[in-house]
Design a protein around this ligand. Structure first.
Ligand SMILES: [Zn+2]
Length: 91
């Protein structure tokens, strides 16, 4: 079964293909340290809204990765705010 063509928004760099439009997901992953992830996700349906998503479980002997995780979160939140301010996505 083929999926109807979905046009990716400009920020989608990690698109996840699915068998149906419900399974399609636009995604942007941010460079996060091992044990953590930071992403912006948007489903393929018209009613779907972008979501800022993150997760972390890490045990480190220093603060370096924690800072890198914080930086990735900040970067994602900044882009997320820009997307929310873009015209064309009616509430
Ligand atoms: Zn996409």
């Amino acid at each position: 079964m083929t999926t109807p063509a979905i046009t990716c928004p400009w920020w989608c760099t990690d698109h996840r293909r699915g068998d149906t439009v419900e399974d399609e997901q636009h995604a942007r992953l941010f460079p996060a340290p091992a044990g953590t992830w930071v992403a912006i996700l948007l489903g393929g349906l018209p009613r779907d809204r972008p979501e800022l998503a993150w997760g972390a479980e890490a045990y480190r002997p220093d603060g370096e990765d924690a800072r890198a995780f914080a930086a990735a979160l900040l970067q994602a939140a900044d882009l997320f705010d820009r997307l929310a301010a873009e015209p064309g996505r009616a509430p």
